[in-house]
Design a protein around this ligand. Sequence first.
Ligand code: C2E
Ligand code: MG
Ligand code: MG
Length: 613
Amino acid sequence: MSGTSEGPAPAADLDRSAVTESDIKTSPRTEPRTDSCTEPRTEQLTYRSAFAAAPIAMAVVDREGVVVGANSALGDLLGATPEELGGSVAADLVDLTSDARTWHAYREVLRGRQAKLRCTRRLKHPDGHSLWAQITVAPLPDEEPGVLLSVADISARRELQARLRHLQMHDPVTRLPNRTLFFERLSTALEAESYEQSGTGRIGLCYLDLDGFQAVNDTLGHRVGDRLLAAVAERLTRCADEAGYGRASAPLVARLGGDEFALLVEDSTGTEQLADLAESVLKAVQAPFDISGQRLSVSASIGVVERQAEGTSATGLMQAADTTLYWAKADGKDRWTLFDPERNAHRMTRQALASTLRPAIERGEFRLEYQPLVCMEDGRLRGVEALVRWNHPQFGVLTPNRFIGLAEEDGSIVPLGRWVLATACRQARQWQLDHPEEPPIFVSVNVAVRQVWDSDLVADVAEILAETGLAPHLLQLELTESAVMGSAGRPLQALQALSDMGVGIAIDDFGTGYSNLAYLSRLPVSVLKLDGSFVRGFQYEGEGVPPNPADEVVVEAMIQLAHRLGLTVTAECVETSAQASRLRRIGCDTGQGWLYSRPVPPDRISGLMGARV
Ligand code: C2E
Ligand code: MG
Ligand code: MG
């Protein structure tokens, strides 16, 4: 018997080991201390036969490390007779030399400088089978010059432990490594010792989710669902095996739960390798499955992340994979998507913005700019549109497109909208007070649909007008087509009440939605703001490119109809004088756009009052 890593066979030294039980008996080393011969001798004999017959495998080893005596249990374990074992080097018998620490500890025990050594060894029996042994070396009482070596066969326990571990670490449905094992492997792969030894120092992950799996489960039952998962697992394993050809190892395939799987490439060579793997997985899953006599088609969405192992954490990698998988789904499923740091930064910014919106209102991080609304007939300033900006301490000045949507989603548009309304009205009143000689200008404020639904807009407006002293006809509210279309009940009542109060209602970005003018005319709406896309159709005139008559015909008809229905028309995004003159020609009432002015701070508006813009 010898250790798997070590081992001159003890049999070679048999001559030296001619230490038999009777030798031990008479050996001076083991002589009884007392003079009385008979009684202790009998006692000793009894101990010796107990030692010989004990079911625990044991050997007495002298200070030199040589077996002085061994019992039958040890002989059985090591595949030799006790006689054969005597005289052999104990450390070789049970493989105590193969690792330096154990060897050192063992020698310390032999020298009496350490109390005990316990270690586990895998030993090979001469008949070929191997076993797990727990080896204990402990000194005999002081007066006995040597140590007691005992060996316990713990193979059964180890096997049970291994089986339990396998059960704990594998998924019963697919037999794949489960989440626990996957994270264990991932964490190990991300430890410096692992990737510094491995060739590439990179790591890659395909995180996959089946599209439409829930439907299979719901319609055909869990049993079919489970079989499908097992079949998918088989195909994934095949893909991983193929990817592993010619490389140090194949990717680890794991089931992370539900219909989620992961393929971990512990020694990635770059995104190309991961892209190839993802592509092959996608194809493998696309092929139909024959399960319980049914032909099932599913597809997969895969998030692919590939990066340097250094500085990567398991959670960081998984979060990136999760986000990327979400993109793959959002982009239309049945595809793989590679992690994109820029897209992620955008997402993070969205999150960061969403979480700081409300406190930002309290901290006064918002301000308003005003863009002139100019009468097309005489070129004079009639009003201004209030446009909100966020002076973000981290991201700089943000335009509303970055945060209005978020504010609508989380409801912070209500307090923000109230602030905009109050600020704009106060400002409009201020201009009026500052320029009593000029006709007053109105202020047009954008209102999100949620403000109409989730707050008492009518009460807010009434209160703000009363507080600021602004006349209702100097306030206009801009709502989008989709916000007012089909509106009944509360929003319609609100619009009616505001209109009755004398407040103007404008339809913003008109033409981008349903464009049902006849319907709009039945609502308390007074102004149409023609979307910039119509005006853009005019842009080539004067540059040698013939104008697009279709656009002009459409816009002209629209303006005429609006007038007949009692609405006035404002054109957005007027950028050139050519556009302005054509709009004027076809009857547009008011213009807004860079031709006149960009959105500006309030003091710049003061300078424009009374002048031709
Ligand atoms: P909108 O109400 O259609 O506002 C006009 C947008 O067009 C403004 O963008 C303005 O800067 C831009 N614009 C003006 N003239 C021109 C031009 O000649 N050419 C081009 N290309 N663009 C021009 P801004 O300020 O980024 O606002 C975007 C949108 O955000 C607004 O579109 C409005 O829907 C929304 N918004 C702005 N302020 C508020 C607010 O206080 N509350 C709510 N609910 N929404 C707001
Ligand atoms: Mg607007
Ligand atoms: Mg608009």
